[in-house]
Structure formats: C-alpha cells, structure tokens
Design a protein around this ligand. Structure first.
Ligand code: MRU
Length: 342
C-alpha cells in the first residue's frame, strides 16, 4: 500500500474515498487532476496534501506552455495558486507550495527549474517519512506497555508520505515490543477513523477497536482509555492546535479525566506566523457530508446544516506536542516559537 507516488511523468494516488471496500489507485498526468484529488478528498491528511501539491507542481512544470522564462514563472505561479485554493486549513499545503515557489522564483532556465522542482517534491515526500519515524521515536516514550490509546481521524500512513504522525508514535511503541490497544473514533462526518484508521491498523495487525465519537467520554471516565494521541493540521504560535472536527471535545474530556492528550505534528505543521487558533481558517465543507452517511440520506430534505471540517483545541488542553526535532511539553506555557528557534 502507498498513499502517493511520483512516476517521473505522472502521479499515482490511492483513492481514499473508496476505502476500506476497494483499494484503487488513480494515475494523473495533468496537474489539475492532482489538485482536484486534494479538493475532493481522494487524498487527504495535512502532510499528504502538501506532498501531493509538491508533486502536482513538479508535474505541471513538465507541461506548461510558455514563451520565455518570465512566462514560465507566471504560468507556474498560477499553478501554485490553483493548489493553494484547494483546502485552507492544513498549513503543510502552503509550506510545500512555498518551497516550490522559491525554486520557481530563483531559476532562469525552465529546463533546470523543472528538474529542481522534481527534486524538491521528492524531498518534501522523503523528509516527511523521515520526520514521522523520528516523531515515532520521540513520542513512543509516552506510551506504556499495556496502554489503551485513543486517536481521532486518521493521522497514519494514509495521511502522510508513510508511517504516520500519531499512528507513527503508536507504530514505534509497538515496534519496541509494547502491547498497545488503539481505540479509533469513527470521526463523523467523513469517517476517517472508521474507514481509514481502522483499515490501516488492521492491515498492520495492531489491535484496534472502533468507537463512535460520542463514546470517548464514557471510555475515559471508566478508566479504559489511558492516553489520547492525535495529529494536527496547523499549530499556531501559542500552541493552539487545529485538527479534525471533534478533537476539541476529546481534549476537554481528557483534561477532565486526567488523561494525557498528545499531538504528533511534524515541523511542517507548525505555523509560528499564525498567532493563535483564532486566526486559523476552518474549512467548511458540503452539507451532504452531514445529511448522508455514505450514500444513505439520514436528515430531512431542506434542513439547515453546518459542516466545519476542523476545530481548534486551545493549548491548555495539550499535554505535549511531539515533533521530529523534539517535544514541546506543556505548550500553553511557552508556545512553539522558542522551541523552533532553539
Ligand atoms: O479532512 P482530512 O481528512 O484531511 O483531515 C485530516 C486530519 O485532520 C488529520 O488529523 C491531520 O491532517 C493530521 S494527519 C497526519
């Protein structure tokens, strides 16, 4: 299984909308199809969409028509804007686009820039996998033998270049021989937990139990869940964390029940330019995701519906932010800026 693959003249993407029933890979030769694959959730997860955008931009560089280097730059900046317009919340997308834009701005020979863009896209991909493995090492010390660890959404191999962020920490703990059980929240409305995390962990033979989002409080209060670990889409300077809708509920319940709440996020998810969670744009998605479960309509026609795809967990609920560079313990007291500069 792989999430995204660069083929030199095309990009292959696992269609996550069809999981767990079907494992289908689509190969795209045009950057617009790659951008669409982010917008329509064929691929998803903060690091994965950054990698996909980088590969899509490298792909576009092979095909854009231009008269001179200025024309090439202009066309390529338009391509970058198309990727930036796909989804607003995960900062990894914008971090990857910025890396590609810097290369576009510097080069004077389109053929050379094309090669550099390809190299950079592969670097975004490879660095992500390395970061996940390092995060796994840094975070596994917080997971004890025998723990039941709850997670929300999918922050696994499917959401990244491979290995995963929150699931990477769990994988590392399992690789160290710790016997871990995972409780995966289903993650309404898009069901990334039920469809993706459950599938990914089952495939890896890591014991996983599926619960609905509203069951987390019950299993925390009754002492079943010992730790919570999630990924992130953007961490603001003050340590506030944007992640999949429902994360905030779990964090408040964890604090109430004295359960550690960990966030695993690569440096590409840390955004010191955004002051606090208040400044993070929360994507609002189509109402059909709430009105239907898969193809089944569950709400009456014409009902008013809201569908924010993410929420913000204030830093005071976060026990530690685990990165590839190290761990920010108690981020509410220090934010992330000092750590990034250290
Ligand atoms: O809407 P999605 O599926 O892209 O949302 C994904 C999440 O919220 C993940 O928890 C987050 O991106 C971290 S993935 C390592």
């Amino acid at each position: 299984m792989f999430t995204i693959k660069w083929n030199g003249d095309s990009v292959t993407i696992l269609d996550q909308r069809l999981l767990p029933k079907k494992e289908v890979y689509n190969t795209y030769r045009h950057y617009r199809d790659v951008a669409d694959s982010i917008r329509n959730m064929e691929t998803r997860g903060a690091p994965a969409i950054g990698i996909t955008a980088a590969m899509g931009i490298a792909l576009a560089a092979q095909n854009v028509s231009f008269k001179n280097v200025d024309g090439f730059r202009e066309e390529m900046n338009r391509v970058c804007d198309a990727f930036a317009a796909t989804r607003p919340t995960a900062v990894n997308l914008f971090a990857a686009i910025t890396r590609m834009k810097n290369i576009i701005a510097q080069g004077n020979d389109p053929a050379a820039v094309r090669q550099l863009l390809e190299k950079e896209a592969m670097a975004v991909y490879n660095e992500d996998i390395e970061a996940n493995k390092a995060m796994g090492k840094n975070g596994s010390k917080y997971i004890s033998d025998g723990d039941v660890v709850m997670t929300h959404c999918n922050a696994g191999a499917l959401a990244t270049g491979g290995y995963g962020t929150a699931l990477g920490v769990i994988r590392a703990a399992v690789e160290q021989g710790k016997k871990i059980k995972v409780f995966a929240c289903e993650t309404r409305p898009y069901l990334q937990g039920a469809r993706l995390t459950a599938w990914e962990l089952l495939n890896d033979k890591i014991p996983v139990t599926l619960i609905t989002d509203s069951m987390s409080g019950h299993f925390m209060r009754t002492g079943v869940i010992k730790k919570v670990i999630v990924g992130a889409d953007r961490v603001a300077a003050n340590g506030d964390v944007a992640n999949k809708i429902g994360t905030y509920n779990h964090a408040v319940l964890a604090k109430e029940n004295g359960i550690p709440f960990y966030v695993a996020a690569p440096l590409s998810t840390l955004d010191p330019a955004t002051k606090s969670g208040e400044d993070i744009i929360i994507e609002e998605r189509g109402i059909e995701e709430v009105a239907f479960v898969m193809d089944q309509q569950i709400a009456p026609e014409g009902i008013s519906i809201r569908n924010p795809a993410f929420d913000v967990t204030p830093a005071k609920y976060v026990t530690a932010i685990i990165t590839e560079k190290g761990v920010i313990e108690n981020p509410a007291t220090q934010g992330i800026t000092k750590f990034l500069k250290s």
